[in-house]
Design a protein. Structure first.
Length: 115
């Protein structure tokens, strides 16, 4: 069983920053996995916003490119999403998961950006 726990969300004004964390535990070879950050905004489908391979290659969605940075700490089984210059349209619940072999979804962490 794999557990994914997201944290770091909150309420922030437009232009502000937040850093999200994802802690992975259980039966997962974290360092070998391509991991992703997803988000689901109000009334929207879940979308992938950033991914990072086991070789630290990253891919960032156009909607957040230049504002969001994804990183990982394999020794700690952790992944991060640094979010800068936040916009109201970034409001969503953010989740992390294995990009290629999705595990049970965590509770997510809610990000609310006020205008």
């Amino acid at each position: 069983q794999v557990q994914l726990v997201e944290s770091g969300g909150g309420l922030v004004q437009a232009g502000g920053s937040l850093k999200l964390s994802c802690a992975a535990s259980g039966r997962i070879f974290f360092s070998g996995r391509t991991m992703g950050w997803y988000r689901q905004g109000p009334g929207k489908q879940r979308e992938l916003v950033a991914a990072i391979t086991n070789a630290d290659m990253t891919n960032i969605a156009d909607s957040v490119k230049g504002r969001f940075t994804i990183s990982r700490d394999n020794a700690a089984n952790m992944m991060y999403l640094q979010m800068n210059s936040l916009k109201p349209e970034d409001t969503a619940v953010y989740y992390c998961n294995d990009l290629n072999f999705p595990q049970p979804w965590g509770q997510g962490t809610r990000v609310t950006v006020s205008s």
